[in-house]
Design a binder for this molecule. Structure first.
Ligand code: 13P
Ligand code: ZN
Length: 277
């Protein structure tokens, strides 16, 4: 007899529960706002689940064949992050993509006929893109980070200008996201088109802003991805405070940002900073 361990003790499940709780606590995922997908290795899941037991099959409308056979733990559509900790089986799911990329198999969770997040096209297209540029890529988080959304109403939606403003609000920013942020036009969420536009940006950046909606972050671990969004959101919060205090009187100079990048061994996105003197 194969003894299966209690899946609720699995590291990846604990990470999902803690991250959704943190996102709720920070006010970035009101109601059912936000979604997470986390690419899992078969050997991480197999101690806890019989992988031959498919609970349900759900057809998907876009081609996910590049993710064939891959496993993800995902948040459910319409599910509230504040409830995940108390009822993970209803609010989260473990899924596998079929060989033809047209169906997902639910292996655990999403009880009561739940579905993966409505932003699955953007998540899957983002994973496909990020895996091409970073084989260690694993996590995509979408959330409604308050101050970043605020900035999309008051700051020009130009990627270069936006990235530069964020870099100048907190010294750490350029080190954490030297490639800057991507920004797409306002689009209807949950569609393949917004997925394609976001994934296109993810060729070069790990943070993509959806104006008047929220942000997508991609990374190799849950901590790193959360930290990326957290750092950008903190800069947006500082920007908000600076504006309410009457605006910038002094700031980090472009030369200082160059010095910082050099000291930390990162290459800033070209075209943002004035040339080094
Ligand atoms: P889901 O509940 O389907 O994940 O949607 C939440 C959201 O933030 C949509 O952009
Ligand atoms: Zn959203």
């Amino acid at each position: 007899m194969v003894v299966q361990l209690d899946i609720l003790s699995a590291k990846f499940l604990q990470e999902m529960m803690k991250t959704t709780a943190n996102l709720y606590r920070l006010g970035w995922d009101e109601r059912n706002g936000g979604n997470i997908t986390y690419l899992l290795k078969e050997e991480e899941i197999s101690p806890y689940l019989n992988l031959n037991h498919v609970i349900r099959r759900v057809p998907i409308k876009f081609d996910a064949s590049e993710l064939a056979g891959k496993y993800f733990i995902v948040t459910g559509s319409g599910k509230y992050f504040k409830n995940v900790m108390d009822d993970p089986e209803s609010n989260l799911g473990i899924i596998r993509v079929t060989k033809d990329g047209k169906t997902i198999e639910i292996l655990w969770g999403l009880e009561d006929n739940g579905f993966p997040t409505s932003e699955l096209p953007t998540h899957f297209m983002g994973h496909i893109q990020r895996l091409k540029v970073d084989p260690n890529h694993r996590v995509i988080i979408h959330c409604h980070a308050t101050h970043l959304i605020g900035m999309t109403f008051t700051h020009p939606l130009d990627e270069i200008a936006f990235s530069k403003t964020l870099w100048k609000m907190c010294t750490e920013c350029i080190v954490v996201f030297p490639e800057g942020v991507g920004i797409i036009p306002w689009m209807v969420p949950g569609t393949d088109s917004i997925g394609r536009a976001t994934a296109e940006k993810m060729k070069d950046v790990r943070l993509v802003l959806w104006p008047h909606h929220g942000i997508f972050g991609a990374g190799t671990t849950m901590d790193e991805t959360f930290g990326l969004i957290e750092t950008a959101e903190k800069a947006a919060q500082v920007y908000t405070i600076v504006c309410t205090q009457g605006g910038v009187k002094q700031t980090i100079t472009d030369q200082q940002l160059h010095d910082l990048a050099k000291a930390f061994g990162v290459v800033p996105r070209p075209g943002v900073l004035e040339l080094e003197s």
